[in-house]
Design a protein around this ligand. Structure first.
Ligand SMILES: Nc1nc2c(ncn2[C@@H]2O[C@H](COP(=O)(O)OP(=O)(O)OP(=O)(O)O)[C@@H](O)[C@H]2O)c(=O)[nH]1
Ligand SMILES: [Mg+2]
Length: 387
């Protein structure tokens, strides 16, 4: 069997379908969900608990960035506000008003904030959880939605405890967790995630991500996994694995497979799927300008130059990101040809139309190159000393 045929057979197997036609339809549906499935996350909790700051971190924004949620020590968020993820318009984070008032009514609050909109609620508190938090959680449960308790500003607690003799970070965290859980006990099996919006690599941010993914329906998991900021080496690997698992679908949805399309056939429309797929990897791995600038500031070293070492990652920035920012429809055959020319072994395949094999090869190699660049940058930044 020719290599091309074997690759197609493997893709059909991966789709779980029995014929190429059905596999291709499944691939298109899978990829459509991958790009478009809506995910609406509500962030609520006490006034001043750090909701807006947390929203900004999930969006990968600094508090003073354009489009960031306003934050501050005085009461700032009075109405629900929607923030669209900067690179994934299908993901929306809703910054809800604080729940601090003494005569708080959970059912009215949920109605006012249009609770049906959201896939789940994150309830923040920077101190111990209160009656209002419990009331709200019960009401959310009544509406058959999930909620997650986040104890925020953990860095502040650690900072003030550090001054004391015999300081032990783990002991402080255990104590905070225990006190939060005492209050939440009446809700049954509750969990609390300890988080600092100053440093997402620390404490329970990754655990929160994993819990959310486990609880979400399968078709929504992909949106969360793409949008959630990279917060550890393991989280990056999880993303890489997830994208790799979708290559069969992206390849089938992209290529005019089965037969090699006639030379000169326009492949730009479908082939753009491949470019958009790699762009999602690029953003999800934190390789874009904004993410790298943030990371450079955090670790106090220039990191953009490490992306420049990868011709492919650089070309994604210079050809794909720039072109798409100007006009998505402008992703043409020349964008694709430029990117393909950087993958040894694909060469000028595009001029004769993309086959399944060349698309799959392009996506696999492109993804590996982006993954390795992201791993390397984390290593250089001193975030992961051991793999
Ligand atoms: N140290 C530290 N400060 C934080 C953290 N999260 C938020 N803050 C600070 O806490 C203050 C309140 O944060 P916001 O994000 O505005 O809080 P909010 O819950 O949106 O407040 P309202 O909109 O008024 O209900 C700001 O000064 C933030 O900078 C954190 O994780 N650590
Ligand atoms: Mg706010």
């Amino acid at each position: 069997m020719a290599t091309e045929d074997r690759a197609v057979v493997e893709a059909i197997k991966a789709s779980g379908e029995s014929t190429l036609k059905r596999a291709k339809a499944k691939a298109k549906e899978t990829i459509n969900q991958f790009f478009n499935v809506p995910l609406d996350i509500a962030v609520t909790g006490r006034t001043g608990s750090g909701k807006s700051t947390f929203v900004n971190r999930i969006l990968g924004l600094r508090d003073d960035d354009d489009g960031a949620a306003p934050t501050g020590v005085t009461e700032t968020t009075m109405e629900r506000t929607m923030y669209e993820h900067p690179t994934m318009p299908n993901v929306k984070i809703w910054d809800l008003p604080g729940i601090g008032s003494p005569n708080f009514k959970a059912n009215k609050y949920l109605k006012d904030v249009k609770f049906k909109t959201y896939d789940f609620f994150i309830i923040l508190n920077s101190e111990r959880f209160t009656e209002n938090d419990i009331m709200l959680a019960k009401e959310i449960r009544k509406q058959k939605k999930h909620f997650y308790f986040v104890r925020s500003k953990i860095d502040n607690d650690i900072y003030s405890e550090q001054m004391k003799a015999g300081f032990n970070e783990q002991r402080v965290l255990d104590t905070i967790r225990k006190y939060c859980l005492i209050k939440l006990n009446e809700l049954g099996n509750s969990e609390v995630f300890l988080i600092s919006s100053v440093d997402l690599e620390k404490y329970d941010f990754e655990k929160l991500q994993n819990t959310l993914i486990d609880d979400l329906p399968f078709h929504k998991q992909s949106a969360l996994l793409q949008a959630w900021p990279v917060c550890s080496a393991a989280a990056l690997e999880k993303k890489i694995k997830f994208f790799k698992k979708l290559i069969w679908a992206a390849s089938l949805a992209t290529a005019g497979i089965a037969a090699v399309p006639a030379p000169g056939t326009s492949v730009a429309g479908e082939a753009a799927i491949a470019i958009f797929f790699l762009l999602r990897c690029y953003y999800a791995f934190g390789l874009d300008d904004r993410s790298l600038k943030r990371l450079s500031e955090k670790v106090n070293m220039p990191l953009l130059e490490y992306r420049a070492k990868s011709k492919f990652a650089n070309a994604i920035q210079n050809k794909a990101v720039t072109t798409i920012q100007a006009c998505a429809a402008a992703v043409t055959i020349s964008t694709i040809a430029d990117l393909l020319s950087l993958i040894p072994g694909v060469g000028s395949a595009v001029s004769a139309g993309l086959t399944f094999g060349s698309t799959q090869y392009f996506l696999t190699e492109g993804l590996n190159e982006l993954a390795n660049t992201a791993r390397e940058i984390r290593k250089v930044a001193g975030l992961d000393t051991v793999y």
